[in-house]
Design a protein around this ligand. Structure first.
Ligand SMILES: C[S@@+](CC[C@H](N)C(=O)[O-])C[C@H]1O[C@@H](n2cnc3c(N)ncnc32)[C@H](O)[C@@H]1O
Length: 825
């Protein structure tokens, strides 16, 4: 096939696109998207398309995935074989055309990209010294070349494929060329076009460990090497022993970025100023290799490593420079500060104290000592400055400076073999058990900056897809995080990675120290990308701060009747107990909003986490049957509609009609629950909570319009019912008359805190307000006290927000203003 003309390029481009990226026009997306379908559907449509039984992983095998799988299976059934070499000119032409298609799309073309993972992704764990060299001519398609490495050099600048990789032309020492896809290299993906070219100029020598050669599904004469793990590509510097005795047959004109240590330093400083950390680190490494200004270069590299989060290597560089005995006093101080920053970032607060004392007489010393002592106090007691944290939480991009606190918990397996988190002593409702910073995160600012939501990532082996670039970018953060931290890598391998990868290792893994990086381009671990992708997909949280992964919270299982509640303060994760618990009981959280329908939950749980929830609430809903739940969903929507109409109605006849309609609809909804089933679920009927609130609103609105206290009482009653179906337990539900004698000061069971926390507190405040409206001051005060009790019990956020931003509670601003006065909160 003659590939030299642009017309011929089209086939190749089609193939490139189907393998790695697709350029297509696409309409706007609506609320939900069926896995891998490329088509948008509402959640109700999805539910109606799903089988009416408990779901299994296979239910996510749609036509598109089935087609892809068939293709992959067919390919896998064929034997490996040699294929003709690719002509250099054709290869370069293809890359040029690809670059153009990606960087200069036709006017009006909306770019939507698709990444399809057909095969379990490969990575090598064999040391280079134990591998033997092969050439491009030795490569066989459909084969991973176990026991071999390929030494090659780039013959063109890298072309970002718009997705998760770079496309390159490479040649071996014989001058034979191959087409290379370099995927998941977090640092390259982070880099802009200039930085990428600095990092991989033409002539960059690469060693590819145990490379896999793939056929191209659409254009069979364009095979490609794909490197999926960034630890499988080694950038070989001029002094790498592997290059001894290697001579390159072809003449390649290369323009190294710098030829002297001094020039590398200038390049490093230039990159540093432009925030190009990765290439700056490479430049300072070259300075050190050239023996130019070695200790200062180490100090510079330490600062760059700090920016990259490679604290272990930053500490090492700063320590070596400090101990060299060649630094001036000023530089020594810089070295100590870099050591302090690295130790602090690694939570090694006691070493911060020791190191800071070496700065005696310096005002910085006192500041570091104060900070480290505060962190040690937090770590051991779980006492934090909550009002300050909640106040600062109002700022965008808040990342609290706190130490991680872990309370009395342990990781154990239950009799069915499910691993989870358990309390190791009796705990009280409201107790703080975890407060942690993320191990890595993608901040909301980074998400906003990329502004690109057009990447669809689809894994055929995992039958999973992600509809945004951020899922992949969070995984890139994981790669960057483990680059310099072997213990973090082992820790992530001990988290759940999904059902298509190996079982997680034992948690927590034994502590291992990481050696400093040999070279910034070379991670300290062999990165299993498939596993790490699974870990970041199955364990990450989404908060208003972005997407985060926290290690200890990753071990929490889901329940729709959870024993604990999570809260994000900035990007930190806090977990508090929702009820008094006995030693040995399991801590669970609700992964999704608990009040969505059972069938939606069932879909989302299986789609995202691959399990069917068997908690008491789900069991009851399951036993009620599909038809009952189907009518329940329809009635829920009807109540939504009534709720909207009620908020826009002002005349008594309309309100009377709407209130009656709301009552009838709620009664019908109640009939969809089988009492026997709900009893086993402790009376929880989550989907009924919101309709009952809407009924209460309609009744309250009517009562106020016609000045009839009996409707306000009915409204209070509906609100109490709403709390009951949410799982709250009442001691006194009386609506009038004297308070029951001998009843405790609060009318609710205080051994638990309502799980729909914000909405429940709001409902309680509304109840108090309604009692106040009808002149029942005693009950108003009692219900105010419930709101304050749950605010104090669970967290202080409400207390702060009641005082500082009452308008956040829509419609109750004036009222809450008075509440904060009454309640001394
Ligand atoms: C974030 S992890 C939770 C900890 C996990 N069990 C572990 O061993 O690391 C999420 C995974 O745990 C499992 N899981 C969580 N809650 C579950 C539940 N209620 N029932 C069954 N499996 C559950 C699912 O496999 C889910 O994908």
């Amino acid at each position: 096939m003659d590939l030299s003309s642009m017309a011929d390029m089209k086939g190749i481009l089609d193939s490139l696109q189907s393998q790695m990226s697709q350029l297509s026009t696409q309409g706007p997306r609506t609320r939900a998207r069926e896995v891998g379908s490329g088509q948008a559907f509402s959640m109700d449509q999805i539910i109606s398309m799903m089988p009416k039984k408990k779901l299994a992983r296979e239910d996510f095998m749609n036509d598109q995935l089935a087609d892809l799988k068939e293709k992959a299976d067919r390919e896998a059934s064929l034997p490996p074989e040699h294929v003709p070499l690719i002509n250099r000119k054709d290869l370069l032409g293809t890359l040029r055309a690809t670059w153009k298609a990606i960087n200069e799309p036709s006017p009006g073309q909306v770019m939507s990209k698709q990444v399809i993972i057909f095969w379990p992704q490969k990575y090598s764990t064999t040391k280079i010294g134990d591998l033997s060299s092969i050439n491009v001519a030795d490569l066989m398609v459909r084969k991973t070349h176990k026991g071999n490495y390929l030494l090659c050099r780039t013959i063109c600048p890298p072309v970002f494929d718009g997705c998760i990789g770079f496309l390159l032309g490479v040649e071996d020492s014989q001058g034979d060329t191959a087409y290379l896809k370099l995927c998941n290299h977090a640092m390259l993906l982070e880099a802009d076009a200039d930085e990428t070219q600095n990092i991989m100029p033409v002539g960059t020598i690469l060693v590819l460990r145990e490379p896999t050669y793939y056929t191209n599904a659409n254009v069979t004469d364009l095979p490609f090497i794909m490197v999926e793990s960034p630890s499988d590509v080694i950038f070989a510097d001029f002094d790498n022993p592997i290059l001894r005795d290697v001579s390159w047959k072809s003449k390649l004109i290369v323009h190294p970025r710098a030829m002297t240590g001094e020039a590398w330093k200038a390049a490093g400083l230039k990159d540093f100023k432009a925030s190009r950390w990765f290439s700056s680190a490479i430049c300072f490494t070259n300075c050190i290799k050239f023996g130019f200004d070695v200790q200062v270069s180490r100090l510079n590299r330490a600062e760059v490593y700090l920016r990259l989060g490679w604290n272990n290597s930053a500490l090492h560089d700063a320590q070596v420079a400090f101990k060299s005995g060649t630094l001036t006093d000023d530089l020594k101080r810089k070295a100590v500060v870099r050591m302090l920053k690295a130790l602090y970032a690694m939570n090694r607060y006691r070493e911060v104290l020791e190191t800071a004392s070496s700065l005696e007489g310096d005002k910085l010393s006192g500041e570091w000592i104060t900070k480290a002592n505060q962190r040690i106090e937090e770590q051991t007691t779980g006492n934090y400055d909550w009002p300050k944290l909640y106040t600062n939480d109002k700022n965008a991009n808040f990342s609290p400076d706190i130490a991680d606190f872990t309370g009395p918990i342990e990781v154990k397996y239950d009799p069915s073999g499910l691993r989870g988190t358990y309390v190791t002593r009796d705990v009280k409702a409201g107790e703080l058990l975890i407060f942690h910073k993320p191990s890595f995160c993608l901040s909301a600012a980074e998400i906003a900056k990329s502004g690109d939501s057009s990447l669809q990532w689809m894994s055929v082996p995992a039958l999973k897809s992600a509809d945004d670039r951020d899922t992949h970018r969070l995984f890139c953060k994981a790669v960057q995080r483990v680059w310099d931290d072997r213990h973090m890598y082992d820790t992530l391998l001990a988290l759940y990675g999904g059902e298509t990868v190996a079982e997680p290792k034992k948690f927590p893994p034994p502590f291992v120290t990481s050696p400093p990086l040999e070279h910034p381009t070379r991670p300290c671990v062999d990165i299993d990308v498939e596993y790490l992708q699974g870990v970041s997909m199955f364990n990450s949280f989404g908060s208003k701060s972005g997407k985060e992964l926290y290690v200890v919270p990753s071990l929490l299982n889901h329940s729709c009747a959870p024993t604990a509640r999570r809260e994000f303060i900035g990007d930190a994760f806090a977990l508090r107990v929702l009820q008094d618990m006995k030693k040995g009981e399991e801590l669970t959280v609700s992964y999704i909003e608990a009040d969505v329908s059972y069938d939606e939950k069932r879909f989302r749980m299986m789609n995202s986490w691959r399990f069917n929830c068997e908690c008491i609430v789900c069991q009851a809903d399951d036993e009620d049957g599909y038809d009952a739940r189907d009518s329940r969903r329809a009635l829920y929507h009807k109540m939504d509609d009534i709720g909207n109409k009620t908020s826009n109605a002002y005349d008594a006849p309309t309100l009377r009609r709407l209130a009656a309609e709301a009552k009838k609809t709620c009664d019908n909804m109640k009939r969809t629950y089988h009492e026997e089933h709900s009893r086993k679920a402790g009376g929880r009927k989550y989907e009924l909570a919101q309709p009952l609130r809407l009924l209460a609103n309609a009744l309250g609105h009517l009562g106020r319009t016609i000045s009839d206290a009996s409707f306000i009482r009915q409204s209070i009653d509906a609100k109490m019912q709403s709390l009951t179906v949410s799982g709250m337990k009442f001691i006194d539900k009386s609506l009038s008359g004297p308070l029951p004698s001998g009843s405790p000061s609060l009318p609710v069971d205080t051994s638990q805190v309502p799980q729909f926390y914000d909405i429940s507190v709001l409902t309680v405040i509304e109840i108090a307000h309604s009692f106040k409206e009808i002149g029942d001051k005693k009950r108003a005060k009692r219900w105010f006290d419930v709101a304050i009790w749950s605010g104090k019990r669970l967290q202080r956020r409400w207390n702060t927000s009641l005082q500082t931003s009452p308008s956040s509670v829509v419609g109750f601003a004036w009222f809450i203003g008075s509440l904060s006065v009454i309640c001394d909160c």
